[in-house]
Design a binder for this molecule. Sequence first.
Ligand code: TRP
Length: 330
Amino acid sequence: MARILTGIQSTGNPHLGNLFGVIFPSIELANSKEGSFFFIADLHSLTHIKDPKILKKFTYKVASVWLSCGLDSGSDRVALYRQSDVPEVTELAWYLTCFYPYQRLKLTHSFKDKLSYLDDVNTGLFTYPLLMASDILLSDAEKIPLGRDQLQHIEITREIAKRFNREMGDIFILPEPIVNEWFIPGLDGKKMSKSRGNVIDIFLSDMELQRQVMTIKTDNSHLHATKNTDRDIVYYLYKLLASKKKVYEMKDSYLEGDYGYFQAKEALYSLLLDSFSIEREKFAFFIQNPFVVEKILAKGALKASKAAKITIDRIRKALGFGDMAEFGLN
Ligand code: TRP
């Protein structure tokens, strides 16, 4: 086993794709003796969110989702924390900027992508991958669960670590990504993603969740017609969660006809409520009791800071920012 780390931005509730892609697999790996670090990337969120109340609210929501999905925050091996509670992360990010060529950072896909559709193209969006590299390298993490769209950021992290190690000695561990290959389609059938606005958020109220499920795109075949399960998003999502028996039943209904998409969506909605009843209940508790979440985050920050101090001392020393005594100058 290895030390694992992952972060999620506080730009809204994590959606069903995040749960299957990152949160559930990470929680499963969380109890390794090397420790696990899970954080809310609120510094990264500042590239988008400039309203302090919203930033704070989303931070609690993301933390509540982790806790609701079963993260054992009471374990000594687990730290759930806010990125902004570990200021060493911004210090290291600066050091890293001095080791990575500007011309290479310009090639980052995520930046070029955002450049094409965002109005506020701030410098934080550009240096985003270096802050992410700092998150990872600061905690000596070895395995990083994340979405496929984040792979280039891990490549950049590895490249910086190699460049740094080459010049300054063996300072950093080279991290490896863990990518979950499940395809989770969004409301429009394309990959579920926050920026595409096609998400299913299982932490919405009953009514809002139902409304969301009802907007899943379907073809316009008639109620009586036989329906094709191969291309249908409702069926695909149902299949991810339902028992084999229930999946066969829905498939039969599709093939027999006289079964409309409205009914299929109702079935999917009930299944979502059933499948995530515990998570939804816990989420409601944490949202109503932010002081409980705050306490957990404060404890997590202590653990993360302890690990950060060890690394940052090593780095300061290597760069020439350490104590005079270390250089034999006193
Ligand atoms: N960029 C990641 C995302 O948008 C969030 C993130 C920030 C992250 N720092 C990280 C993920 C470090 C893994 C490791 O999903």
